[in-house]
Design a protein around this ligand. Sequence first.
Ligand code: SF4
Ligand code: MG
Length: 328
Amino acid sequence: KKHFPADDSIVDKILGRSNSVHAVNGVSLSLQRNEIVGVVGESGCGKSTLGRTLSRLYEPTSGSIFFNGKDISSLSRKEEKKLRKEIQFIFQDPHSSLNPRRKIGELIGQPLEVHGIATGSEKREQVKQLLREVGLDPGQIDRYPHEFSGGQRQRIGIARALAVKPKLIIADEPVSALDVSVQAQIINLLKRIQDDHGFSMIFIAHDLRVVKHISDRVFVMYLGEIMEKAQTDDLYDNPQHPYTRALLEAIPNIDSESNREDTILTGDPPDPIDPPSGCPFHTRCPEYIGDICENEKPPLEGATDHAVSCHWKDRSTKERLEHAPPGG
Ligand code: SF4
Ligand code: MG
């Protein structure tokens, strides 16, 4: 397990409400240098909004963002450009994020040029090196994105993000569009380059299985709020929130090709515009215990390295199951 000194934070964020649907609400996230944090939840839980707000693609309506010890909530144009270099994105669908009319050499080289890192033949050499680094043949530098498979295109997206040596990479569902067999290759690649370069990463996924082998810590989100956060091993060995447990039970078995976003949870998440009172999960919680869940929002509390937002947090699983409503 890596050790992260408490004062070595790269991102510190306290968010109030972000944008009009309050996709992210009261989320506090702190990320250490060299650390990978997984953010997991179903579609519409606000995890992508969180990533975009952190990198200031979205403006938070309240709260603040500290990056490398500096408040980045309001920046000059110049500072903003510098931040664009330090925070890079990897998107779910490399097909739509790579311009189909540009050769991959131009696509990967563009950030090098924009940020004044390299031009001309020097740029071309750096791009070839990046291609090698992500496991692609540098001889393919003059090909177009459509000539590559989905997994290879994601490698191109990774090379592009890596080109400017960012301090933070936000990977938003980077493997969700890929076959299960390719997912592991891309996760291993991300893990390896993170080891080599030592950037920090926020890895967003809807599937707990995907973040397990890459994350140092995991945040589980529901309707824009953090339900549980813990060191990765601890979260999988000792999940304390009913939502986390439901997500873990929903992980398809290893030889299943299923890549769908279904869970054992019944019904869809409620509309984030009109979230439920009390605990946001109470309308679907298999361990719902009555009025308190409906009326009182459980605070996110516990040890600093394992916090949970549930009124049952201090009870054992056995106790909870004994109190679970019949048939629930
Ligand atoms: Fe379930 Fe109640 Fe805990 Fe919410 S507070 S997760 S409804 S038991
Ligand atoms: Mg998303």
